[in-house]
Design a protein around this ligand. Structure first.
Ligand code: SR1
Ligand code: MG
Length: 379
């Protein structure tokens, strides 16, 4: 069938047979890229997710491949082989329409929203850490050579990876037109653009992102890609998945938790800032524990492996923090703050991010977190 953009009634027709006859459909997503609908019927409800041929947040002038729907379906199914309980089920996929029918995680809320609201989310960080270890090691060096070769071929460097290159590694350091930045931060942005150490480090990390084919990574593992319900966490939104460096996923999650912690501290809520810090530590500890549990018994270099992931993750976390302040796509954790605390939090995030990117490599989680959230040397 020829591609067309769904509205709610088209989504209802598309999912009709999976809900025993659709009786209600409404758009539920407010993401940057796709259209997402909930369709209800006699037999329950499903989610319909359709890729648009452009970047929704930027408009039709910024084309973006619909192939991302296929990547999402395939990566979801691959990761579900390792941890089916932590990812939604794919009920149906239509390549022509670039549309998926997914299990409805009704009642689940975005982890980012819960963190912004200062809600406790016990166990979630550890589940995300366990997910990361299972899928990164399971598609990485624990997979057989043949399987890895096949996956590397399947999940090559996509247009979505090019988007990440641009938005994370390049635009924030080159005064790109797509950047969105508050007027008060203009000197900070100018300083970044003139910071040769920073630009060289970002370019080097872009090279690592492009060339280090370690595992099938999620590729966009921030707190908005985690849904939380009474039955725990689910990882969603896998269209950025590709064979890349493991530390990218780990660093992106840590960077987003650092932004959350900074946001709460900037409003004087040190107590909840520490709760978020404990979640970041739980995420990392669960990643290490699960990695140790599934590690190949014959391979003795576990500690070096973990140290390498931490060192990469620290760098990527720093870039993530900076791009969420001066790049195109910000985070509500910071943007929703009142002006005074928002500006303080933005400066703190850029300084923390810079210290992770150009400082010495992080050797421990505690070191990475302390640098990410430090409020020393604010300018
Ligand atoms: C414009 S799309 C931008 C961002 O949204 C996604 O969630 C990714 O983080 C991407 O960089
Ligand atoms: Mg996303």
């Amino acid at each position: 069938m020829e591609y067309y953009e769904f509205d709610a009634s088209a989504a209802a027709r598309f999912a009709d047979r999976f809900v025993g006859g659709a009786v209600d459909a409404s758009e539920v997503g407010d993401g940057n890229l796709n259209r997402v609908f909930r369709v209800k019927g006699a037999h329950g409800s499903v989610v319909v997710k359709q890729a648009l041929p452009y970047l929704k947040v930027a408009g039709a002038d910024w084309p973006l491949t619909r192939r991302r729907a296929w990547i999402e379906r395939s990566a979801l199914e691959t990761h579900r082989e390792m941890v089916p309980e932590l990812l939604p089920e794919v009920i149906h996929f239509d390549d022509d329409l670039s549309a998926l029918v997914l299990e409805d995680l009704h009642g689940h809320q975005s982890w980012r929203d819960l963190l912004i609201a200062g809600r406790k989310t016990p166990g979630v960080a550890a589940q995300v850490g366990r997910y990361s270890a299972a899928v990164l090691l399971g598609t990485g060096h624990l997979a057989t050579g043949q399987r890895r070769t096949a996956m590397r071929r399947t999940f090559g460097y996509s247009d979505l990876c090019l988007l990440t290159e641009n938005l994370v590694f390049t635009a924030p350091f080159t005064s790109a037109e797509s950047n969105r930045v508050e007027a008060a931060l203009a000197p900070t942005v100018a300083a970044l653009a003139g910071d040769s150490a920073m630009r060289a480090a970002a370019a080097q990390l872009r090279y690592v992102f492009r060339t280090r084919n370690e595992a099938l990574i999620h590729g966009d593992l921030h707190s908005g890609s985690v849904l939380v319900g009474a039955d725990g966490a689910r990882i969603i939104d896998m269209e950025f998945a590709f064979f890349g460096p493991m530390g990218y996923d780990i660093g992106q999650l840590i960077g987003n938790l650092a932004l959350s912690s900074i946001a709460h501290a900037s409003q004087g809520d040190e107590q909840y800032a520490r709760v978020v810090a404990s979640y970041a530590a739980e995420f990392w500890e669960a990643f290490v524990e699960e990695s140790a549990r599934i590690w190949h018994p014959g391979e003795p270099w576990f500690h070096q492996f973990i140290a390498g992931v931490m060192s990469d993750a620290g760098r990527f976390a720093g870039l993530e923090m900076i791009r969420r302040i001066v790049g195109l796509t910000h985070v509500r954790d910071i943007d929703s703050l009142p002006e005074k605390s928002r500006l303080a939090a933005q400066l703190q995030a850029v300084n923390g991010g810079r210290s992770l990117v150009v400082g010495p490599p992080c050797t421990t989680f505690a070191d990475a977190w302390a640098r990410a959230t430090s409020n020393d040397h604010l300018t």
